[in-house]
Design a protein around this ligand. Sequence first.
Ligand SMILES: O=C(O)C(=O)C[C@]1(C(=O)O)C=C[C@@H](O)C=C1
Length: 379
Amino acid sequence: MGDDRSDWSGEERLGDLRKEIDTIDRELVALLNRRAKCSLEVGETKKGAGDCIFKPKREMQVMERLLVQTDVLPEQHLRAIYREIFSSSRKLQRPQRVAYLGPEGTFSYFAGVEFLGHCADYLPQNDIEGVFRSVASGESGLGIVPLENSLHGTVGQSLDLFLRFGVRIQSELFCKISHNVMGRVKDLASVKRVYSHPQPLAQCARWLRSNLPSAGLVPVESTAAAARRAMSDPEGVAIGHIQLAQLFDLDVMVRSIEDLPDNWTRFVVIGRGKETGLANDKTSLLFTVPDKSGALSSMLDAFTRHGINLKKLESRPMRGEKWKYVFFVDLECDLEHEEYRDVMADLEANCLTLRVLGSYPAGPSLDVSAEDGAETPQP
Ligand SMILES: O=C(O)C(=O)C[C@]1(C(=O)O)C=C[C@@H](O)C=C1
């Protein structure tokens, strides 16, 4: 009974292991502080040189090196730990606000936290224009905006805002979007109202028709606003991100109700700075061409001549000039790197105007639809 020798040795072993963990934790905190001091010095150097704080390519290189080294610690855990180390490091160098399409609980919010960590100060904006404005004015150091969706295509508003604001793309990320039914209703049969943003309502239309045919669909300005409505409606549910349930104290009633499950949104992080030095993977450009036969194809030929892969080509109306268009392209190269100087000259010779929106590393794929967030392979 209580004095079994094997229990005693088990307790001794536990005591020893806890002592070992305490020692390791002391060493870890000492090392984290050493790292933080280094980061502060890096920050001072950058301030002197007018350089930007957020260096996504450098963060990815550090991460890749560490992943090779990891042993029992799974990749996903190491990534989560380092996301927060980088987040703290950036904040130590310069407290940075991150503007996003609010309120707290939207997919933009979760994309931001999943990518930039919890140490940043997230500043909700009423619309995407507010995000661009906040970054361009210097109120926020960074902003996060949706650029395109794998099922619904380009977010035209985001592209158009690049024409009005002189901000640059610093990084990209791909987020898996999934929708859930949440509320304080005892069962589906008692649901009278379904609140959500029009897009999730459309993306779940088939499921709603089959499972809640007599409930009224109530479009609201965001999925977070829907969760707020569901909180005070005993016969209403919200559709949105699963973490809204925790934020608004709702029960998750049904998970992943989207009609097409492979739903990804590409977000970009915008800022005012330009990362220098490290060769990036992608470049986004906007350009205009003369209104004459072959003008666009001579631009495309220039990409072909230099062996540059075009990932995306989109045209948008030019502001204030009807029936004239501006072209947005994503290229698989770092056009701002010195080795592309001649290519840039060639491109400039073939267009009317050309603006580099940013060179940045190819983004990770994050399953922000998961309860605790997780990395998944590229779609
Ligand atoms: O290497 C830098 O430029 C740093 O500022 C350091 C550091 C880091 O903590 O490792 C911090 C922020 C950058 O986004 C990249 C890396």
